[in-house]
Design a protein around this ligand. Structure first.
Ligand code: KG4
Ligand code: ZN
Length: 401
């Protein structure tokens, strides 16, 4: 099945074309086209993603990205298309809320012929609603203009499914065998949660953050350390540098031990909380007469250690409470080398019979490939793909199911 997938839930606009084959046990995805534009640098000034700016940028970039992905897939055919007056009316109505996009889209739809795709998959949620709507309305308009079925996809499921694949050659991802039940841990800029699946693609949330997401905490700490947004990678690089220098005496440097809280480490549930940890970093930074590179490194290292301690402990608890046979980690923060390493050690030492899945680096942060993968499995569940434009809505708070 050839799938066109679209992702606009946060600050990455992404479009990809996949050729998906096989079933749950042996699925394979060939990436025929993949185009992505990150707006992160534009949001840097705000220290986080600014929803209306994200919306505007998605609307501005999504058509060129679609063209690029289709060209890469060899599916871009320019041809004068006659749009019937009733279709034009319907498309205009659909794109009423997307003023930046509407005119460009009608132009595009009347000059580009339908590519040979069997389905369009779009991220329905969770995410920033104004941003999600751009992708959803765009996908609906494409589906309507080309008469191609539309499948809504869940961003969180996308992260988890992508982590279950292995890159078997340049453009090919193969689903690895994951025995059920499967425990998922999602750690990203917007989410931190555990999900359990007793059946393939049927997830239940069994724990989540009560305030900030772990990636959000990384980004906020980065800001306190004067690092640009999104700062997760930089914080982790600083921590790594400090770890390597840990036993070296820096002349004149503070030797007072630095310790941040491990929030909810001891609570018996599977919930998280990171806002207190971020506040502890804030107070420590404020207490410093000046913040030099050495201090920044100490803070980054202790922060990363605190986060890893909590994640490892909560995972140990989740795997003790629930008899999972597979454990999959997904989301942007799963790129963090310390967290990956520590989860690997936990699994080897305490849960050697549970199979661990970590994402390949290409698929850790937001992309459209993972959205197409999750959408493919949704499509396999349906006997008949519907051409249902009216009922699909963007849902900022969409849950896994
Ligand atoms: O999954 P993602 O691309 O977007 C969301 O769905 O939120 O995750 C982005 C988050 C950001 O908060 C970013 O700082 C964080 O992932 N991140 C990292 C690392 N790489 C990305 N956090 C810690 N260490 C990293 N190496
Ligand atoms: Zn994400």
């Amino acid at each position: 099945m050839k799938i066109l997938s679209i992702e606009t839930s946060c600050d990455e606009t992404a479009v990809s074309v996949l050729d998906a084959t096989g079933e749950f046990g042996d699925a394979q995805f060939v990436v025929l086209g993949n185009a992505l534009f990150s707006q992160a640098h534009l949001h840097a000034a705000y220290g986080g993603v600014y929803p209306n700016l994200a919306k505007r940028e998605h609307a501005r970039n999504i058509l060129p990205l679609l063209e690029a992905a289709l060209k890469q897939a060899g599916m871009y055919v320019e041809k004068k298309m006659l749009l019937s007056p009733s279709l034009l009316k319907e498309l205009s109505k659909l794109l009423e809320r997307e003023t930046t996009l509407a005119e460009l889209f009608l132009d595009f739809a009347s000059s580009t012929s339908r590519p040979p795709v069997d389905a369009i998959v779009v991220t329905q949620g969770p995410g920033l609603e104004p941003a999600l709507w751009v992708g959803v309305n765009f996908a609906k308009a494409l589906s309507l203009a080309w008469e191609v079925p539309l499948i809504p996809s869940n961003h969180l499921e996308g992260h988890l499914v992508a982590s279950l694949t292995e890159q078997t050659s340049d453009d090919v991802y193969t689903l690895k065998h994951a025995p059920l039940p499967l425990l998922g841990l999602l750690i990203s800029g917007g989410h931190t949660e555990f999900a359990l699946a007793n059946e393939w693609m049927h997830f239940t949330t069994i724990g989540q953050t009560r305030d900030d997401a772990v990636g959000e905490a990384f980004d906020k700490v980065a800001r306190l350390l004067d690092l640009p947004y999104p700062g997760g990678v930089q914080v982790s690089q600083l921590a790594e540098k400090a770890r390597r220098n840990a036993y070296r005496v820096i002349p004149g440097a503070s030797t007072i031990p630095l310790s941040f809280p491990r929030p909810m480490f001891k609570s018996p549930d599977l919930d998280f909380s990171f806002s207190g940890l971020k506040t502890a970093v804030l107070y420590f930074v404020r207490s410093l007469p000046e913040m030099n590179e050495y201090q920044k490194g100490r803070i980054a290292l202790e922060f990363e250690n605190a986060v890893s301690d909590v994640i490892v402990e909560k995972t140990r608890r989740a795997l003790t409470l629930h008899q999972a046979r597979s454990f999959v980690v997904g989301g942007g923060v799963s790129a963090n080398a310390t967290i990956r390493k520590r989860l690997e050690i936990l699994m080897q030492e305490q849960f050697p019979n549970v199979k661990l899945f970590l994402p390949s680096f290409e698929l850790t942060t937001d992309n459209a490939v993972m959205i197409g993968m999750a959408g493919y499995f949704r499509a396999l569940e349906q006997s008949d793909l519907a051409l249902d434009h009216a009922t699909i809505r963007a849902e900022g708070g969409l849950k896994m199911r």
